[in-house]
Structures are given as structure tokens and as C-alpha cells.
Ligand binder design. Structure first.
Ligand SMILES: [Zn+2]
Length: 596
């Protein structure tokens, strides 16, 4: 903090010329103000002259601030203060008063859009002994990790007025805690107070949610609600950095909320242990200033976007898959000039929602999530952190106004970061955020009557189409066909199993069956057991193999009913898949089999 201020003392302008500047600008302000009063009878001229007068007063204020700053810095130097550690509470109050004065100046000069009473100078208070501040932090009551109802009370510390001065907008330790970001240009005390008053909903406390929550909490976002129904598993720990071995088995929402409070006891973290659904999405978003979508499947992305549009909330949406990531702000408040021509003049200008960007859901076979497709911790870390940064920009109102952009992260390429402008809102066709007068289809008004499952092509297969299934506990000797990707087969496999990756199998099921059929005699067993990681892909595989049978594509001799045994005789074949996959196998048959 001190460095920037001491550098100001290197300005060539002497105190004398600063004082002369005060004399000149105050005189000009007095003239302009007098002139504005005389002309007030004419409204247009009066407004114009008042603006001129305000700017003149602003200039006078600038001149006064410079004198005060220089005097203060001179005194600090004389008393030997060279680093931040040398500053006492009185110095800190002086710095904050300068910030407030500059904000008043900006309002007068028209460069700040609003006046925030919280920027009024704080009274000078006596320095507080550091030990008492530490003690105060330690007295913060620990929140229990149970799920909190919506009427959750904020941390006690935020209700207690600071002891040293009733008009201080924050407690003294908070001034010290947030000092580095508060002295940034355009951030200041107003930016910090906006963050402190903000309420944010983070959906998903996984790879993206953890880094996002971490930086939101540290920056002092006042209330962070964390919605997640999952529990912490060992396979989360390589990237979901708020969880630990000690919280394996606990709800992720609780684990993340506890971690957020450890990072910053001056914020409120609310764990919500439930899955987001059409039933609860709007309720959880109501009253929030911002939503962070940290989930990893298309269905929840559409649901979160639709609910946010209905509640008028912006969504900072992150995605990470494999080595790649992306970031976009949905339903973003934008300047009218960035809006689609057709959208101008129909109320507040907004960027596109998720449906505007993706009117059709991807087919399920085009989608993989982190669990099935893999993901690198650094990638989720970067995207989650970028989400937090974007959230802080929006909440503290810093940074440039830009048209809606998509940020793409591809760390393995020569251009790891790219930013592309995205299409404007589909005013004439989007069922969520379009103009009801122009959209032909019925608008989305009630989430519970929307069929998200069918829209995303996730309709469950009717039971009668399923192939036979085998429980891990009832496994018999069989030829084991492992349909996981080759790279996973290389991590751990069952003895004697063969690898036919699901993608290969789906591309040419008949060819896949031929390979299985040829391996059968060598295995010398009657049954074929298809396995995968969790028991989903293996069901699809068995279904496809049965379809091959029905179409008679596999071989002249029906391979699913008959196969040649090791001695050449024809034997019946049973084909089934392992319920729960290799995870169930590890749990129920062989705890020594690695789970990843
Ligand atoms: Zn839309």
C-alpha cells in the first residue's frame, strides 16, 4: 500500500505550486458557481453552467487533495515511515479519506456515475493494537457444517458495528485485509463495499466451483451460496482444491463452505446440499446479484440459463473438458450499442443466453463430462479463477464495458488464450430471452413444465430394450470385454480381459462382435461379460451387440446363441454387462482393484 503513495512524493510539482493551484482553481470554482446561480432561470443554460461549476469545484478539490497528500507524505517521511508495516490506523484512515475525497471529486467532474455515501471520510480514530485485532478475528464463531435454511443469519461479526467509530462502513481488520485491492485505480472503498454487499450463487462445488469460491471468498464477496448435492470422493482431490482427505464422504457444499470461511471469516458461506432442478432453480437465484455456473453437463446449463433469464440475473458460465476450457457471461447487462439492432429499445440491453448460443442441445453421444472424458486440474483452476475474476469485475463495477465475448483456453496449442465476439441475443427466436411479440414458439415461463431430459436427448431407454445384467457379487467365469477407452484400460484392467473401446464398438458393432467371437474359444468360457468404469457404456455396448444379433449382421452362425468352445463343440453364449462397472467390482469383489 505504502509504495504507491511514496512514489507520489517523487512528483516534481512542489508544494508551493500546488498551493497556488488551489488558489486559482477555488477562485474559478467560485466564479462558475456564482454564474450558474444567476442563470438558473433558464433551465438548459442553468444545467450547463451547473455542470461547469461542478467541474470547477472538482478541480479545486483535486488541488486541495494534492496539497494534503504531499503534506501527509512529507510528515510520514520525517517520522521515518518507509514501508506498509510502519503505517498505523491513523495513516490508514487518512488514505481512506483521500479515497473518499477523490470519489466526491469524480462525481463532481462527472467521471463517476453515482455518489456512494459510504465513501464519506471516516473519522480519525486512535490506532488499535494489532493484538486486539487478531483476537477479534479469532472470536468469529465457527459455522456448523449442516445445511442452512434460506433464512440463514449472516455471520455475527458483520452485524456488530466497529468499536472504534460507528460511521466506519467496515470493521478495521477488513480495511487491512482488503487494502491491496482497495487501492487499485477505480476499485477503492466503493468497490469493496459493493463486493461486501453482494450475494452470489455458485452452482457446483467441483473443479470449477472450488477455485471460483476460493477467490470470491478471499476478495470479500459478502454472501456465497454453494449449491451441490454430491459428496467428496478421492478422485476429486487432484483438482477440487477446497476439499481434502479429511472431507471425503462429506457433502461438497459443506466442505467448500467450511473452506471458504477458513479463507475469510468476514464473509457468509451458505451450503445448500441439493441438486439444482426445475423445481428449485428460480428459488435459489432469487435475490442473488450473480450466478456462477460451475456444472459440467448440458441439461443444467440450459436450466441455469433459463432460470437466470426469468430472474433477471447474469450468469458467469465456465466449462472445462480434457485440456480445454471456456468462459462466457450469459444474459449479460450490456451497453445499448452492443445489443442486436432488433433488441434496442425493448428495455434493458442484454447479451445472449445459453439457448441463444446453442438453440439445439448437443446429442448425448457428443457430450462427455469430466468423469468420463478426463480433465486436468490446472485447466479447471484457470477457468474457475477467471469466473471469479469476471464476477468481481461485475460486482465491484470495474473494467471496461465490452460486447459479450467467449474466452477460449487451449493450453496445449500455440495460442493458449483466445477471445472471440459472440453472436447477439436471438431476439426473434429465443424461447428464453427473446421478444415474446416476435418469437413464434411459446416462451419459457414455467421451468417445471419444460422437458429438459428430452430436449437434451437423455430419455431413458425403456427397460425391455435392456440386455441381461450381472451383479458383481454374482459374477461367473466369463470372457471379459472392457469397453473403456484404451488409456483407461492401461491404468487398470481385470486379468484376461480384452479391450474393445465403446467408440470403436459403436462405429462398427459387427466388427467388434467378430473380434469378441474370435477371442471366445481361447477364453474357454461360455459367457461374455461387458464391463466399463461405472456400468453405463457397458449397457450401451450390450444393447448394440444384441441389435447386431437381431439384424443377423454378426455371422452366419448366430454368435449370441452359439459359439465354438475350446474343443470345437458348439456351446450356448450368454452376454451381459456388469452392473455398476469396475467401481462395483472393486467395492464388492476385490478392494485391491484400483478405483480412479
Ligand atoms: Zn436467449
Amino acid at each position: 500500500m505504502a509504495k504507491g503513495w511514496y512514489e507520489r512524493s517523487e512528483l516534481p510539482q512542489s508544494l508551493n505550486s500546488a498551493l497556488a493551484n488551489v488558489q486559482r482553481t477555488v477562485a474559478a470554482a467560485a466564479n462558475a458557481y456564482g454564474s450558474a446561480k444567476v442563470e438558473n432561470a433558464n433551465l438548459v443554460q442553468g444545467v450547463s453552467k451547473t455542470t461547469t461549476a461542478n467541474k470547477a469545484i472538482g478541480s479545486a478539490l483535486t488541488a486541495c487533495i494534492e496539497v494534503l497528500e504531499q503534506s501527509w507524505l512529507d510528515r510520514s517521511r520525517i517520522s521515518g515511515k518507509q514501508s506498509q508495516e510502519d503505517l498505523d490506523q491513523s495513516d490508514l484512515n487518512t488514505l481512506m479519506s483521500f479515497t473518499a475525497l477523490k470519489h466526491i471529486r469524480d462525481v463532481l467532474e462527472g467521471t463517476a456515475t453515482e455518489f456512494d455515501p459510504a465513501t464519506l471520510p471516516a473519522p480519525i480514530v486512535k490506532p488499535t493494537a494489532p493484538s486486539s485485532e487478531v483476537a477479534k478475528v479469532e472470536q468469529v464463531p465457527q459455522q456448523s457444517s449442516i445445511q442452512q435454511p434460506p433464512s440463514y443469519k449472516p455471520d455475527a461479526i458483520r452485524d456488530v458495528p466497529p468499536k472504534n467509530g460507528p460511521s466506519l462502513p467496515m470493521s478495521l481488520p477488513e480495511y487491512a485485509r482488503y487494502g491491496r485491492q482497495m487501492i487499485l485505480p477505480d476499485f477503492g472503498l466503493p468497490g469493496q463495499l459493493r463486493l461486501r454487499a453482494s450475494k452470489v450463487l455458485v452452482v457446483g462445488a467441483g473443479g470449477l466451483g472450488c477455485p471460483a469460491i476460493q477467490y470470491l471468498a478471499a476478495a470479500g464477496v459478502g454472501q456465497i451460496s454453494i449449491l451441490d448435492h454430491d459428496v467428496v470422493e478421492p478422485s476429486n482431490l487432484a483438482r477440487q482444491i477446497l476439499h481434502s482427505d479429511a472431507t471425503v464422504g462429506q457433502p461438497k457444499a459443506n466442505s467448500a463452505a467450511d473452506a471458504a470461511r477458513r479463507i475469510n471469516p468476514y464473509i457468509t458461506a451458505i451450503p445448500l446440499v441439493e441438486a439444482i432442478s426445475a423445481h428449485n432453480a428460480r428459488q435459489h437465484m432469487r435475490g442473488q446479484d450473480l450466478v456462477l455456473d460451475c456444472t459440467d453437463n448440458p441439461l443444467t446449463r440450459y436450466l441455469i440459463s433459463d432460470a437466470a433469464v426469468l430472474e433477471g440475473v447474469q450468469v458467469v458460465s465456465g466449462a472445462a473438458q480434457g485440456y480445454d476450457g471456456q468462459l462466457v457471461v450469459l444474459h449479460k447487462r450490456i451497453k445499448a450499442e452492443f445489443a442486436a439492432p432488433k433488441a434496442r429499445g425493448d428495455g434493458e440491453a442484454r447479451g445472449p443466453c445459453y439457448r441463444c448460443l446453442f438453440p439445439q442441445a448437443p446429442r448425448p453421444d457428443e457430450v462427455t463430462n469430466c468423469e468420463d472424458g478426463g480433465v486436468l486440474g490446472g485447466v479447471t483452476g484457470l477457468v474457475g479463477t477467471m469466473q471469479a475474476l469476471e464476477a468481481v469485475k461485475i460486482l465491484a463495477r470495474i473494467g471496461e464495458d465490452t460486447p459479450p465475448m467467449l474466452t477460449l483456453l487451449s493450453p496445449l496449442t500455440g495460442m493458449p488464450f483466445r477471445c472471440v465476439k459472440i453472436r447477439p441475443r436471438r431476439v426473434a427466436s429465443c424461447r428464453a430471452c427473446g421478444d415474446p411479440a416476435q418469437v413464434a414458439e411459446p416462451m419459457i415461463r414455467d421451468l417445471e413444465s419444460e422437458d429438459y431430459v428430452s430436449f437434451c436427448g437423455l430419455t431413458p431407454t425403456p427397460a425391455e430394450k435392456e440386455g441381461p445384467r450381472t451383479q458383481a457379487a454374482a459374477m461367473q467365469p466369463a470372457l471379459i470385454v472392457d469397453v473403456r477407452p484404451e488409456i483407461e484400460f492401461g491404468i487398470a484392467k481385470l486379468d484376461g480381459s480384452i479391450n474393445v473401446p465403446i467408440q470403436t464398438l459403436l462405429r462398427n458393432p459387427a466388427q467388434a462382435w467378430k473380434r469378441i467371437h474370435e477371442a471366445q474359444p481361447a477364453a474357454g468360457v461360455k459367457e461374455v461379460l461387458v464391463v466399463c468404469k461405472k456400468g453405463n457404456d457397458s449397457r450401451v455396448a450390450v444393447r448394440e451387440l444384441l441389435r447386431v444379433k437381431a439384424e443377423g449382421e454378426a455371422a452366419p452362425v448366430d454368435p449370441l446363441q452359439e459359439a465354438k468352445g475350446a474343443r470345437g463343440e458348439v456351446r450356448p453364449v450368454k452376454i451381459s454387462d456388469l452392473v455398476g462397472g469396475l467401481r462395483a467390482y472393486s467395492r464388492e469383489r476385490d478392494p485391491g482393484f484400483p478405483v480412479y
